[in-house]
Design a protein around this ligand. Structure first.
Ligand SMILES: Cc1ncc(COP(=O)(O)O)c(C=O)c1O
Length: 222
């Protein structure tokens, strides 16, 4: 990166600074320290070549509230501020950020309907709950069960049991959660409406336009 920025300067452009992204839904605020340290080294090297950079883009990655616990955004702010002081001292560049998931994620809810509750002979204790939305209808971030949404049902509080959650498309990969340890009320039946929380980011925009005949996810803004 330093070589490219120096080359840009030689070509008559004005190199502004550096940009990074520590990975979406980043649950470790210390990751910013790693990237800020690398960027400070680039700024230093450019300075020795006579180019003074002035802008640091610390990207996105700030987390939304899914099933796993996260620190508040204040904790991230303190970590980032401390890392800036540690690596840039009193010559801090202007900082910009590009939060996506943190802003949009918790603002959205997906309402979905149970279309089938099934039991499979090889796992009689684990019900399969098929929803009218799945990986192709806006939940592709459940691939490898990476993003684990909070789910509420009309029967919350009543006895529950382990489930596999699946989408409606009949595609073999359209299984949302099989290993993540979800439990849902035993009373859940076809026709029940359940809510998938913090679903405002990377859902509707990922929805297929008509895979296997299913319409894309409808969006309503309040
Ligand atoms: C360049 C860039 N900035 C910001 C974001 C937003 O990231 P996040 O939603 O993890 O905050 C993305 C997401 O893909 C990105 O590619």
């Amino acid at each position: 990166a330093a070589g490219m920025l120096a080359e840009a300067g030689r070509a008559g452009l004005v190199p502004a600074g550096a940009s990074f992204h520590v990975g979406s839904q980043q649950r470790d605020p210390r990751q910013w320290d790693v990237a800020i340290k690398q960027c400070a080294a680039i700024f230093d090297e450019l300075s020795t070549r006579g180019v003074e950079l002035s802008l640091l883009n610390i990207g996105g990655g700030f987390p939304a509230s899914y099933r796993q616990p996260i620190d508040s955004v204040d904790v991230y702010g303190v970590e980032i501020r401390d890392a800036m002081v540690r690596h840039f001292g009193n010559r801090s560049p202007r900082i910009i950020a590009e939060p996506g998931r943190y802003i949009a994620g918790d603002a959205g809810i997906i309402q979905t309907e149970v279309v089938l509750v099934a039991e499979k002979s090889r796992e009689p204790d684990k019900r399969w709950i098929f929803l009218d939305i799945g990986k192709f209808g806006g939940l592709p971030e459940t691939f490898e069960e990476a993003i684990q949404y909070r789910i509420t049902t009309p029967h919350d509080g009543s006895p529950g049991g382990p489930v596999v959650l699946a989408g409606p498309t009949c595609d073999e990969v359209d299984v949302l959660y099989a290993a993540a340890g979800y439990t849902l009320p035993l009373d859940l039946t076809a026709g029940d409406r359940i809510e998938i929380h913090s679903a405002g980011a990377y859902t509707a925009t990922y929805s297929a336009v008509g895979f296997n005949g299913f319409p894309p996810l409808s969006e309503y803004y309040i």
